[in-house]
Write a protein that binds this ligand. Structure first.
Ligand code: C5P
Length: 343
């Protein structure tokens, strides 16, 4: 068993993956519901900006507390500033820009597509992430791992299949088709950005001594500029006319909190596991949200759903087994080159 950090005796790596699974099950449902619950939909770019602000405040608190603890409990603002803004902090500019576009696209696609179609197509990010890990991190995946990745993607598609709405296609209206097409295009771009940003973040994080919270302070700080730009470009006139919080409901706040919380969990997952394992955690979350739909929305379990579930579980098991077999005797299994860690 891993000798890394633990929570109640369970390695943080597994705890973070389980928490991510639960968070992901909730996120899409809450995000989608927040978009349709009100007749006057809120400006999504403002939600992206606020979620970065929440992450910034939380991570700054965690990073500053760690720096203060190192300095004997005294908070040295200059040291915190140097830790956050000094050295190679500029490296976070790249994932910050990529994630901001991705986060905005995610809202656009979830507004254009139904939740099920969005979730299934967004799983393409499992493959885009694996490809980026291979290209950018030099991760080597053996044949079994590639097979598990493809099996995972097919399994998720099967799980989602019965849930996607044929009614939308049957409507056949040209407008509906182009909405669908635009939605799929935005998801596809979001998948590529997700893979690139995630793997780049992992590479920088595991290639330096800075803590994950400091890296995330940098990430959210640098994301706020592009996110603000997004507010001007996408919703500038609307915000000027109706106000920043126009159309907000308690569900908007819930979506912002869930997205911000998800970002923090993703950071921990990438630190203690890696981006590819993250893909497996989110796939299992899809099965969980479908099972929740049986109870919440009268979703019917079909043989195709069961076949997809079996494939996802098989893929997760096979990939996990391969990882155990290949794991070096290190507390932090990772896909990136890793110098000594400081936290
Ligand atoms: O869809 P995907 O899993 O790529 O989304 C990752 C989410 O986590 C994005 O919303 C991104 O802003 C956030 N994130 C974060 N901190 C990190 C990595 C990702 O807030 N270190």
């Amino acid at each position: 068993m891993s000798s890394g950090p633990q929570v109640l005796g369970v390695p943080l790596k597994y705890v973070s993956l389980v928490v991510l699974t639960v968070q992901n099950s909730l996120l899409v449902l809450i995000m989608r519901y927040s978009r349709i619950v009100n007749d006057t939909p809120y400006f999504t770019s403002t939600a992206v900006l606020l979620s970065e602000l929440v992450k910034f405040v939380v991570c700054l608190y965690l990073s500053a507390s760690a720096t203060a603890a190192e300095g004997g409990g005294r908070l040295d603002v200059a040291r915190v500033r140097e830790e956050v803004l000094g050295g190679d902090s500029w490296k976070m500019l790249i994932p910050a820009a990529l994630y901001t576009v991705q986060n905005n696209l995610q809202y656009v696609s979830v507004s254009l597509l139904d939740a099920a179609t969005f979730q299934v197509t967004y799983q393409l990010k499992i493959l885009t992430t694996a490809l980026c890990a291979v290209v950018l991190l030099g991760t080597r995946l053996n044949r079994m791992r590639w097979i598990s990745l493809v099996a995972l993607t097919v399994g998720v598609i099967l799980v989602q299949k019965p849930a996607s709405s044929p009614a939308a296609a049957a409507d056949g209206a040209q407008a509906a088709r182009s909405t669908q097409l635009l939605g799929l295009l935005t998801v596809f771009v979001a998948c590529v950005l997700s893979g690139l940003a995630g793997v780049y973040f992992e590479k920088v994080l595991k290639g330096s001594r800075k803590s994950v919270w400091t890296r995330n302070v940098q990430l959210s700080l640098f994301s706020m500029g592009p996110a603000l730009f997004g507010v001007f470009v996408m919703d500038g006139s609307g915000v000027r006319a109706n106000g920043f919080f126009y159309g907000y409901t308690v569900w908007t706040a819930a979506a912002i909190a869930c997205q911000a919380g998800g970002g923090l969990i993703v950071a921990v997952v990438v630190k203690y596991a890696d981006n590819i394992l993250k893909g497996f955690a989110t796939s299992i979350s899809i099965i969980l949200s479908c099972l929740a739909s049986v109870w919440l929305f009268d979703f019917h379990i079909t043989p195709i759903f069961l076949a997809g579930t079996a494939l996802v579980l098989y893929a997760t098991y096979t990939y996990g087994k391969e990882e155990t077999a290949q794991k070096a005797p290190s507390p932090l299994p990772t896909t990136a080159a890793r110098p000594e860690d400081s936290d």
